[in-house]
Write a protein that binds this ligand. Sequence first.
Ligand code: PEP
Ligand code: MG
Length: 756
Amino acid sequence: MRNYKKQKDHTKLICSVGELACLFTDSTSLENFLQRTVELIAEHMRSEVCSIYLYYDDTQELVLKANKGLNPDSIGNIKLKSGEGLTGLAFKEQRPICERCASQNINFRYFPGLGEEKFESFLAVPILRGATRIGVLVAQNSMKNYFVEEDIKILRAISTQLANTIEMTRVILSIEEKHQFGQETAAVKDLKFIKGKVGSAGLAFAEAVVLRHESGLQLYKQTMPSQGHTREDFHRAVQLTERQLEGFQRQIEEKLSDVASLIFTAQILMLKDKSFIDSMEILIQGGMSPSTAIIHVVEIYMKKFADIPDAYLREKSHDVQDIGIRLIENLFGDHQKTETCQEKIVIARELFPSEILKLSSQNVKGIILLSGGVSSHLSILAQSLQIPLMIISESQLLSLPRKTKILMDAEQGNVYVNPSQEIISRFEEKERARRIIKKQHRRVSQVTKTRDGTVIRLMANINLLGDLKNALASKAAGIGLYRTEFPFIVRSDFPSEEEQVVIYKKVVEAMPKAEITFRTLDIGGDKVLSYFPDHLKEENPFLGMRSIRFSLRHMDIFSQQIRAILRAGAGANIRIMFPMISSLDEYLKAREVVFSCVEALKKEKVCCHERPQIGVMLELPAVLEVIEDLAREADFFSVGTNDFVQYMLAVDRTNEKVADLYLPHHPSVLRALKKIIDAAGKFRKDVSICGDMVHEEKYLKCLLGMGLRTLSLNPTYILKIQAAIKKIDIPEAKKLTKNILTKSRLSEITLLIDGD
Ligand code: PEP
Ligand code: MG
């Protein structure tokens, strides 16, 4: 032992420290610099372990940043408060601590998995620059009583010499961490309660995970321990990743058969692509570690995708990155799974519909978006998937540290960061109440009547086949709006006529006797077909090639859809309506397509519905001046208030900045609705509203007072709306409406609506 100690080369060590400054400039990264430092000190001191802890003012924690001899996974994960453990004590008291048998010291702090139990000799010296406390330098050895007085002096000298450089390292690292990975900033620390808009109601309490398309891989690059993996480990990771993706795909197919398509196939295919995996293999064979090889190749591919002019393919660079992250996670094993979304609350600046589906297959608890509006189609999709979703303009949320607990009350529109026990208890109570209310759906009456006995038809809006269950459970009288575009949106290509027939048949068969209204393809606006490049180029997509305009421009796609609806609807009570109709001509042109499809199918002797009701979805103010002409021709009207309000008031429904101007009770909107209802009445045509306006109890009285007798709504609202309708007396409602329609000021209308 004595001999071994004599081999310590203090003089050489001090010289080498001088060389460290040069090493710094040569290092590939700051972590690499710290790592080389501890390796060099360990080597010269003949200590089996050497570590550097850096102190972060914002979190008031010492974080293990470099280490030789302990479990490499612990880098970045071991965190101590000042005074905690022997290292924390050295820091707090700004003095060296030398222990011959560390585990016997009452201040010793044991970290499972760190692997330091066998290193009994312990020496820690604070790293200080003047009065500034930077961190702690620690050396450990398995031989008891290993460090002597001289070692303490030397380690102090080294720490002083290194203090400047290490401090610089810490500053740069923390800037990078803040910038890239959102370490907790002072402002974020203050983030406790945030108000937001509810896109999809519900409650969730879970850890947050911030999705950053642009930096997810970077995070791994910076935090990945330099753990040795073999080629076999790499192969195992590839196979595991493949199995996971196939599993997700299967899950999504079971849960969401209509929209499943091949959401994960792009990624599965990449894994099967020889050149992608082989490029990694070649690097590994050449001596590169598997994790570095994965990152290297994934970055090359991401760049390749990012350079592609086609926007859809460009987006695939996210998929490539996603594979990279999965491969690395699987290489390192479960404990490294820091960025998966399983059971978490996902925070993202924006998401694609297909991403929401992916997230749903990972059972995410909730979603917080930094952009979009509550009536955006992402919200609508989240409602169908029953994932609570909120839109919040607080971009600091993107900087939340990983594993921060979030409580989302997407009923009240509240988000709590690191909620107190009291708030958690309240949440648990609410959650219990919600479960009870869910069961009460069975208590929905078959027929909805007002207090005076007027029958009101409550129909369901459905987006995904999965919504049918809810529609049936809430005893909807039929489907007032089936948004047929969802199967189109999340796919990688147009669904064929046959595929559409299969999907539409499921809708018809779920409610064989009920009236089912198919809304033809409504894409454009915020519903982009990623595989249809034309769409991605529009400056003003809400004023562009949207809805019926798209269908009339692409007659082949339109005819295929109409044929599929007619075929699926054979013998059933189906209706077809066209979205975003702006003129009588447009309606007649679209209706003509239905007629000619019927004729063609009959000629082909294909069984189909030969005379469905054909209606107009009223969503543009342009219809108002020709409303009677339309009422004369059309079989029915359905008012899409989500769009009607948007276009009437020129308020983008997806833009939270103008959300306060999105006012369904604006006098122009209410008077327009009255005009529509009257025109329908005059020509004895059915009229309903299928926008979210009917989810709000406060508007019901006014709408029924105008003469509306059919509402189509998200089935989860039926119980609530039915209960509200039961309290309404039609003669009273008529009086109120009459009064409201005379008012020209919003404030007066608000008073009447709220005050009633
Ligand atoms: C509407 O605009 O009100 C509507 C029901 O259609 P969507 O929300 O799908 O645009
Ligand atoms: Mg609409």
